[in-house]
Design a protein around this ligand. Structure first.
Ligand SMILES: Cc1cc2nc3c(=O)[nH]c(=O)nc-3n(C[C@H](O)[C@H](O)[C@H](O)COP(=O)(O)O)c2cc1C
Length: 179
């Protein structure tokens, strides 16, 4: 079975697109196909020792889900995963946002995932510098850096590939990616 599971939540498909870009860099033996969190079982989520979790930010700095959108997503997914134990597991997070339209809540959704997995005992890797973005505030900045890779497909789509490359290189020692 693949060691790495990747789960995402999305409203209009951009986070799914990035999840697929990431999956392309890993073979099937190492990483399972990315799965929308609203189609995931607790058993499936719990079966990987390494997890990559992706989310957009919606509403005002929220995770996608029925209260901010119409579809069940991370909000409901995290409720479903309430009893999960992530002790000994390693998690890397990526988040999509829009720094020019939502500069006060830029990629804040990642914080919801971060707080959840930390509370469940996971070790989080893949923190990312705040340089190169123009924003005012983000809940996802902890100790001066983003808790995961911040991507802005609306304003900086040209940087997505190089940011992904650099981030994957950073998490490669843990995630087993050949670099
Ligand atoms: C109604 C709405 C609210 C949003 N709120 C935020 C926000 O608070 N912070 C942010 O960084 N981006 C925000 N965004 C931007 C989205 O996160 C961004 O467009 C993202 O790429 C969408 O990805 P998805 O299609 O996977 O959901 C918002 C977008 C919409 C449509």
């Amino acid at each position: 079975m693949a060691k790495i599971g990747m789960f995402f939540g999305t409203t209009s498909g951009s986070t799914r697109k990035v999840a697929k870009m990431i999956k392309k860099r890993f073979d099937d033996e190492l990483m399972a196909a990315p799965l929308n969190i609203n189609r995931t079982s607790v058993e499936d989520f719990s079966s990987y020792s390494l997890l990559i979790l992706g989310t957009s930010t919606v509403g005002t700095g929220q995770l996608p889900g029925v209260s901010a959108d119409s579809e069940p997503s991370w909000e409901e997914g995290l409720q479903k995963l309430a009893d999960v134990d992530l002790t000994g597991k390693t998690v890397a997070i990526f988040g999509l946002g829009d720094q020019s339209r939502y500069p006060e809540q830029f990629v804040s959704g990642m914080r919801g995932l971060y707080d959840f997995v930390v509370a469940k005992g996971a070790n989080v890797v893949g923190g990312w510098p705040t340089e190169g973005y123009e924003f005012i505030a983000s809940k996802s900045v902890v100790d001066g850096q983003f808790v995961g890779l911040a991507l802005d497909l609306s304003n900086q789509s040209g940087l997505t590939d190089s940011r992904l490359d650099a981030w994957l290189k950073q998490i490669a020692p843990v995630f087993g990616l050949p670099v």
